[in-house]
Structure formats: C-alpha cells, structure tokens
Design a protein around this ligand. Sequence first.
Ligand code: MRU
Length: 368
Amino acid sequence: MLINGKHYQTIWLNEENNQIIQVFDQRFFPHKIEIFDIKNTDDAIFAIKEMVVRGAPLIGVTAAYGIYLASLETQVRSNPDKYIEEVAQKLAQTRPTAVNLVWAIKQMLTAINQGESVEQKINIALEKANDIKQEDIEICFKIGEYGLSLIKKIAEAKHGETVNILTHCNAGWLATIDWGTATSPMYQAQQAGIDIHVWVDETRPRNQGANLTAFELNQQGIPHTLITDNTGGHLMQHGMVDLVIVGTDRTTRNGDVANKIGTYLKALAAYDNNIPFYVALPSSTLDCSIADGITEISIETRDQNEVKYIQGKVDGEIKSVLICPETTPAMNYGFDVTPAKYVTGLITERGICDASEEGIRSLFPEKF
Ligand code: MRU
C-alpha cells in the first residue's frame, strides 16, 4: 500500500545485499518513517520481541527470514542443524500468542531439511521465505475480495449511504506484507467506489490503532475517525456502526478468536446491538490443534510501563509521558479471546465461514 503516494511492502531484501532484511520500524510510526536493518538472527529476534515489526502475518514472515539468516550463519558453525534448531526455538519464544510465528518456522524447517549441503539449505531457505511472503500478499488480497462482498451488501441495503466499519488494533497492511486482513476489504471497497468510513479504536496500551491504522487509512485516503477504546459501544447503540472487522492472532478449531486486548468487549457490544462482527484471517492463523481459546491460548503479558506511559510527539520529538503515580503497578495483557458465539463469521482466503468447527472444516479440511 502507499506511503506518501509510493507503493511499499512491509519487509524486503536489501537491493544490494540479499543477506540484509529491511523493515519499517513500527515503533515510531506515524511520527518517523525509519527503516530497520535485520542483519542477523539476533536482530530478527529483537525486531519481533520489541515490536519493530508486529501483527501476526508479518511476525511469521519476519521469523521465516530469521531462519534464512540462521542458515547463513551456519556457514561458520560446527553443527549447522543444531544451530538452526536453537535459533528456531529462540524465535518461537519471542511472542507467544500469534500462531503464524510457529507456523512459519515449521514451514521453513521442513523446507530446509530437503537440502543436503549448507549452500543448498541457504538457497532453499531464501526461496521458502520469499514464497511465504508472496503467499501472504495473495491471501490478503483474497480476504479483501470476500470481505468486499459483505460491505457491498450493506451499501446496497443502505442505498449507497456511507458504510461505517469499526476496527480494533492494526490488522492492516503494516501487520501483513500488503493489503492487510481487516483492512483489505476496506481498501477494495474504496477501489470499488463504495462510500465507507472507518472508526479506528486507539488500542491502548501501544496505540496500534492511533499510530498505525490511522496512518494507513490516512495515507490511502480512506475517511476515518479515531476513537478511544471505550467509545465503540456507544456508537453501536446509536446506529453509527454497520459492521465490525478485526484481525486475529490465533483462531481455534471451534472458532474462538484471540486478538488484541479489548476485541472481546467490542464483540460483546456488537452482539448486544445486532451488529455483524467479522474476523479476517489467513489460514496460517488457524490453530486446529486446540479447541478452547480461553483456556488453551497463551496470552502474552508485556511490560507494565507500556500501560503507565504513553508515547507521542512533543515539540517535534517522540517522547514518553507517565500517566499515573510512579509507584502504581500496572497489568498488561496483550490479547484476549472472543468466544466463537460472538463472531458472525470468519473471512478467509477461501471464503467466509461460520466461526465453528464445521465452518472451518468446510473450507480447510486439511487443517484437521
Ligand atoms: O501486538 P500486535 O500489534 O502484534 O497485535 C496485532 C493484532 O492484534 C492484530 O489484530 C493481529 O495480529 C492480526 S494482524 C493481521
């Protein structure tokens, strides 16, 4: 998608040196657009853990390139296979909730094992990471096409009046490689000439909505309004939301959805107000090995300072501001789980299905 009118993806190989992976440093959006070089596996681990990159699909692709870098590093290691395994374990532990991370690592390890020499493994690793990246772009595009059909129906029912969509966190192109998951239907609706407006939850504590989703929509010229995380319920009660679309970090086989903390409350409010609540996801986010999201999905807890401080731009500089007494303890759960019963449907690259085992099985039988 666009930044200052120019098309970008979120991750790419350095043009002069394909042993350097480059990403936007998402810690500083929208105030500073800075590129972060991932030159080795330590950088890849840092980038995921510290949220230089974030969003389930982008985390997965970054880990895939991390394994490619590990394969390069084996050139000076006495036991290459053991080394790659060690890096894979470290990468897998960086962020526990998004299942795309372990999914991508497994894909990479399976592919690499086909190679015999170190050189072969390096070539396979690069090719596989590139494939996973390319596949994500195509998947997000397909999600957009299916999601667009929902928006079209609402626009028709409203006789062309603006369709108001609410989203939480950033499941946009910055969380993927291009298009995004929750945002892909929005971008495609814009291209189809449908009048849409997006309510953007700020998404405390790290404000991915305010910093990233608002940035994306602004760059793309999609009408949007930033709201505090507590506002959605009020808007829904007053007929100001037609549709909710969010992303997910892990969806279980019975359709429970883990996503950014606060998603569950939006789903409850949508349910109470009869507003369709859809979750957009690539199949790499399905975890059919587990059924009950509430008890079985590992929820990341992060540093309490992310709650106690807010980052923003002050006098042209990015600064952090303390918002509570210094000694007040804070709790920072990164994600919550929305039970399947509150999810109207799952928008995937193969179509829209019920958030249920039957629904998921009908589109992805190979996942069971
Ligand atoms: O903590 P983050 O910023 O990685 O959380 C991101 C989300 O919760 C997204 O909604 C999710 O990863 C889906 S991204 C297509």
